[in-house]
Design a protein around this ligand. Structure first.
Ligand SMILES: Cc1ncc(COP(=O)(O)O)c(C=O)c1O
Length: 437
């Protein structure tokens, strides 16, 4: 009998062939280092806090004022040697800022979402999630012991209602309140910059689950520092913090830091300390990271800094270096958002070129919808403007786009330059043969 076993391949051959397949689909990811002169229209540093003197001076003063004996490394998991009075005080400070009963620090938003979703839903429970929730939430749900998880259409209360009603038909325990239903959403979605209709979701849950067994888990990663009173997020902006079972705030985006906090009740915090594996089995953040989070929250709380000092370093000196308060940085951000919004509205889009700008009111994220996002992004990058094509699987097929993120440190001149490049690309697309985008 002929030997039908496949030709032996080494593991590295198999890995390489996976990469070749991705290359063929134009989906291969690569690490890139940006040139120092590039204009940032891509990062999540929305307030340009990471290069602002206000942030740096306060942060350095926190580091310098630590006693010499104070360990900079955390030394272990929070449950062993990695806890400190400083970490616990920081949790209390952040909880109070967000009007929450308690807060628990995780090493990242990724860890926080995995920790929460893998451990809190119990066997028998149902998890309903928005189709666009972040990969970390999906990973957490995958690890969860919940009996079922179902997706509803993006930011659609009608779809949530349909999916939940359907589940309730086959499961009387949900109606009776003996099974919990978790609703997993984000407050501000990073791809389109749109805000979730949280109040409408609450109405649906109140109507269908009067026994109060519906629990919201909301990820405020992109809203933190940017939306709501003093940057506290969308939930506090609409005043529904008491209705959220869990809020996740991350610090790696507008807060120029690292890590995340889960806001919840004290019993839930205690449960997570006991069951969230992404908290238990990892080395906790050390003092420099905690001091950075502390710095960001002090700026958010007070809205100002004590002193400005000299700008230490800036890759692109601009007006924002003179802005000393967080309020000023946020105001500047809004001015630039309006400027870009108007410029994009004024684009002359040839009829033959399918192109659309999606922008949600005051959001720093703009979405340029085209089916040739890579081409547009690379033309802008060649001109020195860093914007990125967002492709499947990060967004659903057919909704690929170019994403533009504005920062307080951008300038009107940079915005005009970017829009000029986009206009030239549109003009060229219209006259090139087969200009279907
Ligand atoms: C909505 C959302 N949640 C969570 C995360 C993960 O947060 P972190 O970068 O702190 O791990 C991200 C990061 O991109 C995110 O966009």
């Amino acid at each position: 009998m002929a030997d039908r076993s496949p030709a032996p391949t080494t593991l590295v051959d198999a890995l390489t062939s996976a990469l070749v397949k991705r290359e063929a689909k134009s989906a291969r990811r690569k690490l890139t280092v940006l040139p120092g002169t590039a204009v940032d229209f891509s990062s999540n540093d929305f307030l340009s806090l990471s290069t602002s003197p206000a942030f740096r001076n306060r942060y350095l003063s926190h580091l310098n004022s630590a006693p010499e004996s104070f360990p900079f490394a955390s030394g272990g998991s929070r449950l062993l040697d990695g806890n400190s009075a400083y970490a616990e005080e920081l949790e209390r400070f952040v909880a109070e800022f967000h009007d929450a009963p308690a807060a628990l620090l995780f090493n990242s938003g990724y860890d926080a979402n995995i920790g929460v979703l893998a451990s809190i839903p119990q066997p028998g429970d149902l998890v309903l999630y928005d189709e666009l929730v972040h990969a970390s939430a999906r990973e957490g749900m995958r690890l969860s012991r919940a009996s079922a998880r179902k997706m509803f259409s993006h930011s659609s209360p009608t779809s949530l209602k349909e999916v939940l009603s359907e589940e309730m038909k086959s499961d009387p325990w949900i109606w009776e309140g003996t099974r919990n239903v978790f609703i997993v959403i984000e407050s501000l979605y990073s791809m389109d910059g749109d805000v979730a209709p949280i109040q409408d979701f609450i109405r649906v849950v109140d109507e269908l689950l009067p026994r109060q067994n519906g629990y919201f888990i909301v990820d405020e990663a992109h809203a933190t520092g940017v939306f709501g009173p003093r940057g506290a997020g969308v939930v506090q902006h609409i005043g529904v913090q008491d209705r959220m079972f869990i809020r996740v705030h991350t610090f790696g985006k507008a807060l120029a830091s690292h890590g995340a906090m889960v806001l919840c009740g004290p019993q839930t915090r205690d449960y997570l300390i006991n069951y969230a594996r992404s908290l238990i089995y990892t080395t906790a953040l050390g003092f420099p990271f905690l001091a950075s989070i502390r710095t960001a929250y002090e700026l958010l709380s007070s809205g100002q800094t004590d002193s400005v000092g000299n700008p230490i370093f800036s890759p692109q000196p601009s007006l924002y270096l003179k802005l000393i308060t967080l309020k000023q940085l946020r105001t500047r951000s809004q001015q630039l958002i309006q400027h870009l919004h108007q410029r994009l509205q004024a684009l002359r889009v040839p009829q033959s070129v399918p192109f659309r700008v999606d922008h949600f009111a005051t959001s720093p994220i703009f979405s340029l919808r085209t089916s040739r996002p890579r081409e547009l992004a690379s033309i802008c990058q060649e001109a020195g403007y860093i914007i990125r094509a967002i492709m499947p699987p990060t967004v659903p097929r057919g909704s690929e786009r170019v994403r533009v993120c504005l920062h307080s440190g951008n300038t009107e001149t940079e915005i005009d330059g970017l829009v000029h490049v986009i206009q030239s690309w549109l003009d060229r697309s219209a006259i090139s043969t087969g200009s279907k985008l």
